[in-house]
Design a protein around this ligand. Sequence first.
Ligand SMILES: [Zn+2]
Ligand SMILES: [Zn+2]
Length: 218
Amino acid sequence: MDFHAHSFLTDGATSPTEMWNEAEALDHRALALTDHLALEDPKPLLDRLHQEAAAWEGTEFLPLVGVELTKLPARRIAETARACRRAGAEIVIVHGETIVEHVPAGTNHAAIDSGEVDVLAHPGLLSPADAALARANGVVLEISARRGHALCNGRVVRLAVEAGAELVVDSDAHAVDQLVPLEQARRIALGAGVVEAELEKVLFATPESLVRRLSRRR
Ligand SMILES: [Zn+2]
Ligand SMILES: [Zn+2]
C-alpha cells in the first residue's frame, strides 16, 4: 500500500488511471493519489480523481482519492484540510518540512496538531515533541522513497520509534516508474533504520489500520 503519489493533474507525468493501473499491476492493494493543493478550490481536482477511481468499483484494488497540502501558510492547514474532506478527500496528507525545499516553518507542527491530517509526508528535521504529538494524535509519519526528501528518513524513523508514532513507506511517485514494489519498500525501510522486528508493522499492520481509519472517516 502506498499513501502518497501524484498524477498529471498537478506535477506528475501520467494520468490517475495510469498510476492506479500500474499500482494494481505491482500488486498494491491501495494507492492514494494525493495531488498538490494549497488554498485553491479542491473540488475540481477531487471530482476528477473520483471520476477515474470509479473504474475500480467492485474490485479488490482501492484507489484512494486525496490531496497533499503543499506550502500553504501553516496557520491555514487545519481549515484547508477540513475543506478538502468536505469536498470529497478520502485522505489528507501534508508536504512536510523536507530539507531540500523551502517549506513554511511550522508546517510539521500545524499538520500534526490539526486533528485533520492522516499522514505527514517527508517531515525533514522532525522535532521529538512533534513525534510525540504524532503518536498522541494518530498521525502517521512517512519514510520517503523520493530522492532528496529521503535524506532525513533516518531521523524520522529514530524519533518515531522513540515516541511510538506510526510509520509507513510512501513512494511520492510522480510517474509510473517511480512507484515502489513491496520488496523495494522493504529495503527502503531497512535502510532508514527500521529493525527486522518492526518491518511487518511498517509494511502491513500500519497501512491496514490506516485504510480502516480512512474508511471510518467517510
Ligand atoms: Zn511532498
Ligand atoms: Zn508529494
